[in-house]
Design a protein around this ligand. Structure first.
Ligand SMILES: [Zn+2]
Length: 275
């Protein structure tokens, strides 16, 4: 299990990029892809850093051990004392020292939704890179409504943060998507020769995050990632209150919850471009 960050230096000078896997310890596709790629990978230009986001959670095969690492990159005043004492908080401080060295990040995740198709989370600054990634959907807007991830951190320091969701974490194809996306990222960043064609992609801007008001939020059904909701459609029941879509929207990461203040789902809308 590696706590340290691996550095591969190219023969020629170039930019620095970073690839993270296992920021959520039970999302194994990125780890499997790295295991396959790293032994023979040659970088032509620049420097590429590779690392496990949350090695302790990877070892425990859990999303996290103390707190969600992908919310630990928020501004410091956002954290409770308990969160600051977590392993993930200190791990985030360690990872920041490497994120600070790179101009662009690819952070590899997988979804808990069994039908989830691969998609990318980023903002408009990533346009030149994500068009080569093996996904059809690009979702933006997370920096405003759900800050604190690795991609949020990179964007907040004027760099490029890209998170890829490689499909359902239990689907073996997610490993292939992870592998393809690492190579596409390295090519788009000019670390290796780029022989890829841009993909045709669609864009969704996330505009709302629903956090639970009670300790019992139950969905009316299980929702696919990016499933279309009609105006007034009931999403779930929070305590005794029905929660509805106020307008036509797409839903993302919908799940039942058992605590107050937990992230239950996000709403987004289709857009013609990432900007
Ligand atoms: Zn994840």
């Amino acid at each position: 299990m590696f706590e340290e960050i691996i550095k591969i230096t190219g023969r020629e000078k170039g930019t620095t990029s970073i690839v993270l896997v296992g920021v959520h310890g039970d999302e194994k596709c990125g780890l499997e892809a790295l295991e396959k790629i790293l032994p023979t990978l040659e970088i032509e230009r620049g420097v590429v850093l590779f690392g496990y986001g949350n090695p302790r959670a990877v070892e425990a095969n859990k999303r996290y051990v103390g707190a969600n690492l992908n919310r630990m990159f928020n501004r410091n005043e956002q954290f409770s004392e308990k969160e600051k004492e977590s392993y993930e908080y200190s791990r985030a401080q360690f990872l920041k020292t490497y994120l600070n060295k790179a101009e662009a990040l690819l952070d590899i995740h997988a979804s808990r939704t069994s039908t989830s198709k691969p998609f990318v989370i980023c903002e408009a600054n990533a346009t030149g890179i994500i068009k080569y990634l093996p996904v059809e959907r690009i979702a933006s807007g997370f920096d405003q409504i759900e800050p604190g991830g690795t991609d949020y951190y990179m964007n907040s320091i004027g760099k490029i943060g890209i998170c890829i969701e490689c499909g359902f974490l239990g689907n073996p194809q997610s490993e292939q998507i992870a592998e393809k996306s690492i190579f596409a990222f390295l090519k788009a960043r000019d670390h290796i020769a780029n022989d890829l064609m841009p993909q045709k992609q669609s864009y969704i801007r996330m505009y709302d995050l629903y956090k639970t008001k009670t300790n019992k939020f139950i969905l009316t059904k299980s929702f696919d990632d990016f499933e279309e909701m009609s105006k007034g459609q009931v999403i779930g029941v929070d305590g005794t209150q029905e929660i509805r879509a106020e307008k036509a929207a797409v839903i993302l990461f919908a799940r039942n919850r058992e605590k107050v203040g937990e992230e239950a789902f996000l709403f987004g809308e289709k857009k013609n471009s990432l900007a």
